[in-house]
Design a protein around this ligand. Structure first.
Ligand SMILES: [Zn+2]
Length: 223
């Protein structure tokens, strides 16, 4: 599949994402000139893991995590269906450092760190998907061990607009799995933020999603 041919503005938006020309309010200055997709009845907004532990003050904080909420709260009332995923780990999870894994404890079931950020407007959320309960699998993707794909198909959803945390792990995994599950996938680059454990992780994740067939868009270009 030639994603460049299918999505002619992807490279332009990708460049913009790398340069990050916008502040918290979004890239309003060029929003009238670049036309993005029009939101349709079969479009789902997927908000990945907007949880306290992934935000400043949390145990696995994404430094710029709070920037996602202004565009997400503006978009969620415009979508016919809104799905939110959440990490919902048992303390026995193999991906915690205490058990030899890469991550500190985060998003433990029924703890404040696992709750959605108070900055998220939940009033338009239709479905909450819990993931990462299996201690043996990483649970990065919103589809991993969940019924998300079945729920989306049952609801008549065909195209997914993905936002949330974090670009280089759960957003990337959810986008690529969505494509593997035969959904069309758009990633909203001003409504995601990266861990950047190593410099360049964010750029590599954006490129991996684009190469995998995701269309990279800016929230203010949606019509
Ligand atoms: Zn996790």
């Amino acid at each position: 599949m030639n994603s460049r041919a299918s999505y002619p503005i992807s490279s332009q938006v990708l460049d913009a994402a790398w340069r990050r020309p916008w502040g918290a309010a979004g890239p309003a200055e060029n929003s009238r000139r670049v036309k993005g997709p029009t939101i349709a009845a079969s479009d789902a907004l997927i908000i990945v893991d907007p949880q306290n532990d992934f935000l400043p003050g949390g145990t696995l904080a994404v430094a710029e995590g709070n920037r996602i909420f202004t565009p997400i709260n503006a978009l969620s009332p415009r979508f016919p269906r809104v799905y939110v995923t959440r990490d919902w780990h048992p303390p026995t999870h193999a991906y915690f450092q205490e058990h030899g894994g890469p991550w500190p404890y985060h998003c433990l079931q029924d703890t404040p760190g696992a709750e959605f950020s108070p900055l998220l407007d939940c009033s338009h959320v239709d479905v909450t998907i819990s993931k990462g309960m299996d201690p043996a699998t990483d649970g990065y993707s919103g589809f991993a061990g969940t019924d998300l794909a079945e729920r989306l198909r049952a609801d008549g959803m065909r195209r997914l607009f993905i936002c949330g945390l974090a670009t280089d792990y759960c957003v990337k995994a959810t986008a690529l799995e969505g494509i593997a599950q035969r959904f069309k996938v758009c990633v909203i680059v001003d409504a995601i933020a990266a861990v950047n454990l190593a410099p360049g992780d964010e750029k590599a994740a954006l490129e991996a999603m684009r190469r995998g067939g995701a269309r990279l868009i800016v929230s203010t270009h949606l019509r």
